[in-house]
Every structure is written in C-alpha cells, then in structure tokens.
Unconditional design. Structure first.
Ligand code: FAD
Length: 316
C-alpha cells in the first residue's frame, strides 16, 4: 500500500486495459489497475448480448490501432478472452471489487482513495466509461413497473412482447437479436434510423421487412404507466401500447460526481475539459475511453487513448 506507482489506472474496460498494456509495453514499471466490479470489462459483460458481433470500426468509425494491442473484429466472448489473455500475460497489479471515489493531488503525487484502501501514484488515467449510469428518460418510471423497465438484456426471456427505445447500434442490435424469439417493437424519435453502422442498418431494415421487428419511428414517448404490472407506453402521437418489457438503449451519462471529486474542470455540459494529449485540467490526470467524448467512442478508440497517454507520460 505504501508503494508509489508510476501509473494508476481507474477502470478495467478497454480504455483502462489499453493504458495498462501500453504502460507495460512502453516501459513503465509500477502499474496498478483498479476495477470496481469483480472482473474486467464490466460494460462488455453487462451490455453486450451473448455472441454479439463486436466490430472494430464501431458505429462506422474507421480506426487504425496505433499501439501494442492488436484488437480486431470478433464476438463478445472472443473479445473478453482476448482481454483476459492480455491481462494475464502482462503481469501487473490489478485489484477487482475496488471502487475509486476520490483523487487528491499533494506535492506532485496523487492519492487515490478506493474501497480497498488508498494508493499513491505519479500519473493517473481515468477510464471509467459512461455505462455505470445508463441514460434514463426524462419522464417518470412508476415504481410498480420498474423491474420491467431495463437498460440491458439481463432480465429478458423468450416470448415476451418487448419495446426497445433508441436509434443507435446498441438499440438496433438488441432489437434484431430479440426479434428472433420475441415480439419486438423499436421506437426511435426520428423518422429514419441512420446512426448505426452499415451492417446494423441493413440488419434492422431486413428485420422491419421480415416483420420480426415492428418500427415505431418518428415519435417520442410521452409517459409510462402501470397496466396491471405490465408497461403501458403512451406515445406523443396519442397512441398507447402495452408491453411486457421496455428496454432503453440510449447511451450513458458522464460520471460528473466522480470527476468533481478529482477536482477536474468541467465544461457547461458537465463534460471534462481535455487537452489534445488527453490530459485533464489537472496535470498528471488523463482521461481515456468513452468519457473523453460527449458521445460515441469505441473499443479501438479507447485502446488508442491508452497508447497516446502512456507515450505522453513517457515523454515528460
Ligand atoms: C450495447 C453496446 C454495444 C457495443 N458494441 C461495440 C462494438 O461492437 N465495438 C466497439 O468498438 N464498441 C462497442 N461499444 C462501445 C464500447 O463498449 C465502448 O466504447 C468501450 O467499452 C469504452 O471503453 P471504456 O474503457 O471507456 O469504458 P467501459 O468499457 O465502460 O469500462 C469502464 C470500466 O470502469 C469501471 N469503473 C467505473 N467506475 C469505476 C470506479 N469508480 N472505480 C473503478 N472502476 C470503475 C467499470 O466497472 C468498467 O469496467 C458498445 C457499447 C454498448 C453499450
């Protein structure tokens, strides 16, 4: 506990793993990875469906891998195995079930407070993603139906009548997959689905055509109501429909409280202010992965952040 780490990485998703592997590859000696769940890559484990296709060029963003992590297309399972092997083969200190809640700077060193005690480091990478707090709708979710209103597929079972809300890759992938064994409607507030990557657009258009997914496009939801334990959705066009389950796939929220607890400057939207070298307003604290963006991000981009950050640290 009294060791001083060259780099302390907070968050064991792609941004954190990438930073740790690059730190090892580029020659930093004392590396510590802290992850709040019981294993690495919690977002991939919780939000990707089984056997999900994992695209390197996610959401149409073509990314060349810059560093030492040869990530390529695969599935949820192959991606988790790939990260498992990387962590095991690059020996480093990694603590799981270790949630960080505060970072303070004192005489050029950082004190990182976590559920497993305090750690001291020379540089910090914050790579905690956005999916710890999935985006929620602005309207109220009545308490009685809360268990039927979800943000991932964990609670779904076959044969349910499900509404998916969202118009990005996650929403369309969820809809296409669930449409194979459920009655599925996809609701998006815009008339056209054009945000997902070309593969997902083709798949959802096919699903609409084959009627395995029913489109409900160009209309927002006004409110949700309890209908004898099921979810009544009241749309803004005056129509109403009852579903067994509603799943929102509308991205995640910036962990503002965490960033404030590290004393980082935020812009008017509550996003961290980040320099070109991915350093925050506090010298020595870097931001990697999804929280470096207002929206978007991908595994390959997060891995590249790790490479750029470690190179910047080594150059100082
Ligand atoms: C449904 C879905 C499908 C997707 N499909 C693809 C795809 O096919 N291809 C692709 O490239 N991208 C895809 N993405 C996006 C991709 O998952 C993200 O861009 C990527 O995971 C971002 O990595 P990250 O390290 O920034 O954050 P995350 O992956 O969110 O990792 C953050 C980690 O930090 C941990 N953490 C959070 N708070 C703390 C704390 N206080 N202390 C310690 N640890 C903490 C979390 O438990 C988590 O393990 C998809 C996303 C979703 C939601």
């Amino acid at each position: 506990m009294n060791d001083i780490y060259d780099i302390i990485i907070i968050g064991g998703g792609p941004g954190g793993i990438g930073s740790a592997i690059e730190a090892k590859a580029l020659g930093l000696e004392k590396i510590l990875l802290l992850e709040k769940s019981d294993n690495h890559s919690d977002t991939i484990r919780k939000f990707y469906k089984e056997n999900k296709r994992v695209d390197k060029d996610w959401q149409g963003q073509i990314v060349e891998i810059e560093g030492n992590v040869p990530f390529s297309d695969g599935t949820k399972e192959s991606t988790l195995d790939f990260f498992d092997d990387l962590i095991k083969s690059h020996k480093m200190d990694a603590f799981f079930n270790c949630e960080v809640d505060k970072i303070t700077k004192n005489e050029g060193l950082f004190n990182v407070r976590s559920s497993k005690g305090d750690f001291v480091g020379k540089s910090i990478v914050i790579a905690i993603g956005r999916m710890g707090k999935p985006n929620k709708p602005a309207y109220k979710i009545p308490a009685k139906i809360r268990s039927r209103v979800n943000f991932n597929l964990d609670k779904c079972s076959e044969g349910e009548n499900i509404l998916i809300v969202g118009g990005g890759d996650s929403a369309t992938e969820y809809a296409v997959e669930l449409g194979k064994s459920n009655s599925v409607t996809l609701n998006y507030r815009r008339e056209k689905i054009n945000r997902p990557n070309p593969t997902n657009i083709a798949l959802i258009e096919r699903a609409f055509k084959d009627a395995t997914v029913t489109p409900k496009l160009g209309v927002d939801i006004d409110s949700l109501e309890d209908a004898d334990g099921l979810v009544q959705v009241n749309y803004k066009d005056g129509t109403t429909q009852i579903y067994d389950r509603v799943i929102y796939a509308i991205g995640g929220t910036t962990p503002v409280d965490f960033l404030k607890s590290a004393n980082l400057a935020l812009d008017a939207q509550g996003e961290p202010i980040i320099k070109e070298n991915l350093e925050s307003s506090v010298e020595g604290i870097y931001i990697a992965g999804d929280i470096a963006f207002k929206s978007g991000g991908s595994i390959a981009i997060a891995l590249n952040h790790g490479y750029r950050i470690v190179k910047d640290i080594m150059a100082k």
